[in-house]
Design a protein around this ligand. Structure first.
Ligand code: ADP
Length: 484
């Protein structure tokens, strides 16, 4: 528990009777009271006793109350004051309050009026002090953050920029102050994001709307930032500004790049010898080195299955790292039609082995899309091969593509196992597989849909999944069509 120091009040009044009456009431109320008979004496006592509150009569000889307040406040801008006034000088009291006095007390007053005004003045001073502490705390927090911070007001002008952000932009916080976002930031997308954060309804804002990545500089010298924007509101819950926080993620990106290079090197080193061993096992199984007994064939078959799963994992890892590094192939205009035919042809054998129907339907000529053909083909193969894998024998798989409304829509539908609702988000994460009695014996790496998601996002597209366990799944992919 903190012990409150006794609060000090200075009473400046030329009428001794009033001074003494005020002193008595306030001393009884537990305050420490000092008395001064005029403004000049009052100023000296302000200096000497540093009071928490000054009660000052407006009409005094030598130096009147206004003059006293003016001089006192020049030295102590935060001085809390209450003016005491006769009825005839009420206008002066109003004037004094306009100039910063906190309250006034009209003569004659009762002891309870005096106590009430003094308590109110202390309460107000405490609120103001809290606001000023809060403000200074926020400023210190923002200034000491290692992230860049920009606060804009409702008009999109800089209300506050911290030194980290200013330094990045080659400016000082003062140079940024009051200037429109578009003038101080080299990233129009961030200004748009701040604007959206303020003007969209709260419940309409998704996390993705408020996040994004931007970079400064080129090549090896580039710095990357994750930017998060959030609005703030007034008491009526109206947005009055927004904050953007810039998190430097350059080191993470480099690490990610090293990890990709590492994975791709390891995977590459595994794929080649594995393919050679698989080829040799195949020769053995076919009896090219002499006839085999049934148990030997079976053992070789199992060994091949195991090796194939390692080879598939290595291939998937290799593809994922190529896609993440953007080195899968050249970007350009892509005609999806031949690419889809080839993907379906690749999987027709597997579907036939399971007695499944596999249809490809393209209505009219598909518009071209912008992107990397190899990556888009990989997407189609992954989705169709999943449909084949996760649909029981005799099932139906349909691949449909059509253009319109500035996009191409590709749909891969099956009537297979389906995916439980609680897994429908997670299956797009690396290595996530649905584990249940139906899927346990189906081989896979858990990387296929992670690859699909990456490619679709990097092509500016989106992916939807509708699935019902026991009924089947439909993956629908929307890709923006290339400009005419
Ligand atoms: P993999 O098939 O190699 O396990 P994916 O990333 O392609 O990896 O798929 C992740 C998981 O999503 C699969 O393990 C499977 O459980 C589920 N899944 C994907 N496609 C389908 C589908 N068409 N029908 C049912 N489940 C599917």
């Amino acid at each position: 528990m903190s012990i409150q120091p006794t609060r000090r009040i200075l009473v400046v009044d030329d009428e001794e009777r009033v001074r003494l009456a005020v002193q008595r009431v306030l001393t009884e109320a537990g305050y420490e009271v000092f008395l001064a008979a005029d403004g000049a004496e009052g100023l000296a006592m302000v200096q000497e006793h540093a009071p928490d509150l000054v009660l000052v009569d407006l009409m005094m000889p030598v130096m009147d109350g206004m003059e006293f307040l003016d001089q006192a406040r020049r030295r102590y801008p935060d001085l809390t004051s209450v003016v005491i006034t006769g009825f005839a000088t009420l206008e002066k009291a109003v004037e004094a309050m306009k100039q910063g006095a906190d309250d006034f007390l009209a003569k004659p007053f009762k002891p309870q009026d005096l106590r009430m005004v003094v308590e109110r003045a202390f309460r107000r001073a405490a609120t103001l002090q809290n606001i000023s502490i809060e403000k200074s705390r926020t400023r210190a927090l923002v200034a000491s953050m290692r992230n860049g911070v920009l606060v804009v007001d409702a008009a999109g002008e800089t209300a506050l920029a911290n030194p980290v952000l200013a330094r990045l932009l080659g400016l000082t916080p003062e140079q940024m102050q009051g200037r429109p976002c578009a003038e101080v930031l080299p990233w129009p997308a961030v200004c748009e994001c701040l604007d959206q954060a303020m003007h969209r309804r709260r419940e309409e804002l998704t996390q993705d709307d408020c996040r994004g990545q931007v970079s400064l500089g080129q090549g090896d010298d580039a710095t990357y930032f994750q930017v998060t924007c959030a609005p703030f509101y007034d008491a009526r819950r109206q947005p009055v500004g927004a904050v953007a926080v810039f998190d430097d993620i350059t080191a993470w990106r480099r690490l990610d790049q090293y990890k990709n290079e590492f994975v791709s090197t390891v995977a590459h080193e595994i794929v080649s010898p594995l393919s050679a061993v698989l080829g040799q096992l195949q020769n053995l199984s076919k009896g090219l080195l002499g006839p085999l007994e049934e148990p030997q064939k079976e053992l070789l078959g199992r060994a091949r299955e195991r090796l194939e799963s390692i080879a598939n994992l290595s291939k998937d890892l290799l593809d994922l790292s190529k896609i993440e590094a953007g080195v899968m192939g050249q970007a350009g205009r892509v005609d999806l039609a031949p690419l889809l035919k080839e993907a379906v042809d690749q999987l027709r054998g597997k579907a036939q082995d399971k007695g499944q129907s596999l249809e490809l339907e393209m209505s009219g000529k598909l518009p071209e899309v912008m992107g990397v053909g190899e990556e888009l083909q990989r997407v189609a193969v992954n989705l169709i091969s999943n449909a084949v894998k996760y649909t029981p024998d005799g099932g139906q798989i349909a691949v449909r593509a059509q253009g319109g409304d500035g996009e191409v829509v590709l749909e891969v539908r099956d009537n297979g196992l389906g995916i439980p609702a609680e897994e429908q988000e997670a299956i797009f994460q690396r290595f996530h597989r649905v584990k249940n009695a139906d899927t346990r014996h189906i081989p896979g790496t858990g990387l296929g849909l992670a690859i699909v998601k990456r490619v679709v996002e990097s092509h500016g597209g989106r992916l939807e999944l509708k699935s019902e366990p026991g009924q089947g799944s439909t993956f629908t992919l929307h890709l923006p069509s290339a400009p005419e």
